[in-house]
Design a protein around this ligand. Structure first.
Ligand code: PEP
Length: 249
């Protein structure tokens, strides 16, 4: 059975003290069958990892570079992440695509490199508002997947989590309706099934991301193809994150 997951993407928020404080609060959360992950700043991954050593919260990276080492100022490699015990990374977040010019070609390199390094990935994708308004959202999402993860060998799929994040819903307060989320998740699962068969498509967890909060989490997560959420703003408030985890239990 595929995993239910709630992952918090902290983005460029929380200094060291705030990171420690938030983690201390998260440690009090009761976690049952949901996999919980947090992605703090790469600067504090080791601290977070040490603080959560005995807890059921996985610390994951927000990003990784596509090369293993070399003259790439400011970047972080899989080997570096693995050396501090981090084995999962986000790839393809819309903010990386928009502000750091990460296109499908680079994302495919990242995805291949991370998986061949033995890491798991949370691969993010989703359409812009203009694509939604012009009814091109299925086509755009299919292209994003076909240019990246759908190029991988079937063995890679046990290391992939997908995260559908419509760009118009990220940090805007506007959420996809439960039926908009479900129809896209079903479409994505079908795309995976067409390439790799039902065994793989039924096992892959597909998260929804975009202004999930305690008030809408349950309705979104109740859909049969929505296996959890990638949470931005609400992951910075422990009580909200706790409610969102409960909504997926
Ligand atoms: C995100 O950044 O992945 C995200 C979903 O953000 P928010 O929940 O704030 O919309």
């Amino acid at each position: 059975m595929r995993k239910k997951i709630v992952a918090g993407n902290w983005k460029m928020n929380n200094d060291l003290n705030q990171t420690i404080l938030l983690i201390e609060k998260l440690k009090k959360i009761e976690i049952n069958e949901v996999s919980v992950m947090i992605a703090p700043s790469s600067l504090f991954l080791k601290t977070a990892k040490d603080l959560l050593d005995d807890f059921q919260i996985e610390v994951v990276s927000q990003n990784v570079h596509q090369e293993n080492k070399g003259a790439y100022t400011g970047e972080v490699s899989c080997d570096m992440l693995k050396s501090i015990g981090i084995s999962t990374t986000l790839i393809g977040h819309s903010e990386r695509r928009a502000y750091f010019n990460e296109d499908d070609e680079v994302l495919l390199e990242k995805v291949k490199y991370a998986i061949s390094s033995g890491m798991k990935i949370i691969f993010c994708f989703g359409e812009q508002l203009i694509d939604r308004k012009s009814n091109k959202y299925f086509e755009i999402v299919k292209n994003q997947l076909e240019n990246t993860v759908l190029k991988l060998d079937s063995e890679c799929w046990s290391n992939i989590i997908l995260a559908y994040e419509p760009v118009w819903a990220i940090g805007t307060g506007e959420t996809a309706s439960p039926s908009q989320a479900q129809e896209m998740h079903e479409f994505v699962r079908n795309c995976v099934s067409n390439c790799y068969g039902d065994l793989i498509s039924e096992e892959v967890s597909i998260l929804y991301g975009g202004s999930v909060k305690p008030s809408n989490a349950y309705e979104i997560f109740s859909n049969k193809d929505v296996d959890g959420g990638l949470i931005g703003g609400a992951a910075l408030v422990s009580s909200d994150f706790n409610e969102i985890i409960k909504a997926n239990s």
